[in-house]
Design a protein around this ligand. Structure first.
Ligand code: ZN
Length: 215
């Protein structure tokens, strides 16, 4: 389970992390990585459930998925589909009535499985923004940043351990939009190290590449 953003606790910890954002020191030990469920060079699809607001929110989520789907590693590539048999579904749900493995106060929830489609949930009672548009007027969270964090979990990465926030987008603590690291829309060295450790380099990084995984 990767529920992101235990509301009150996350922010308190977040404040502490602001003190140490400049560190570029690499983590002594690699971050924990989950078991692989995709294999190398997997290409698949994802779909939006009807409860996900159309327009800017879907575009921001799709940008995040495109970012982690186009690395130089053999990690999975996902493309959007309307087919009901997609490899994963994005949902916009109320946390209090949708348990994320026992957690009812999540801000985002995602995981991948070997025996069923992946899930990526965003909390419908959180304020989301793409930097221009937003779903409400309260403290906002960047939907592309959070979606990229969650796609890290779909790629079987766990949260980065070394608390230097500049090391990774796959981190535990959510920063509100407008704060340092509130917008974190690309993979950082610790994310890439994790993808490299799990999937290795993509043998073909110069498109046109074969669509099917290389045997
Ligand atoms: Zn996370």
């Amino acid at each position: 389970m990767s529920a992101w953003g235990r509301r009150v606790l996350g922010l308190v910890i977040g404040g502490f992390l602001v003190i140490a954002p400049i560190s570029t020191a690499r983590a002594a030990a690699p971050d924990p990585i989950k078991s692989d469920v995709w294999g190398k060079g997997f290409t698949g699809t994802y779909r939006f459930a009807s409860n996900v607001p159309s327009g800017w929110m879907r575009s921001a989520i799709s940008r995040a998925i495109a970012t982690i789907s186009s690395t130089s590693y053999a990690n999975p590539t996902f493309r959007v589909t309307t087919s009901s048999t997609a490899n994963g579904t994005i949902q916009y749900l109320k946390p209090s009535s949708n348990s994320c493995d026992g957690d009812l106060s999540w801000r985002a929830c995602a995981d991948a499985y070997s025996d069923k489609p992946f899930r990526l949930w965003l909390a419908s009672d959180t304020c989301w923004t793409d930097g221009t548009n937003s779903t409400c007027g309260g403290t906002k969270y960047d939907v592309e940043t959070v979606a990229l964090n969650e796609m890290g979990h779909i790629n079987r990465l766990s949260h980065h351990v070394n608390p230097a926030y500049s090391d990774a987008v796959v981190q535990l603590t959510p920063y509100p939009y407008g704060q340092i690291y509130g917008t974190n829309r690309f993979l950082r060295w610790a994310d890439n190290d994790g993808l490299h450790a799990l999937y290795g380099h993509d043998p073909c990084t110069l498109p046109p590449c074969p669509l099917e995984p290389v045997p």
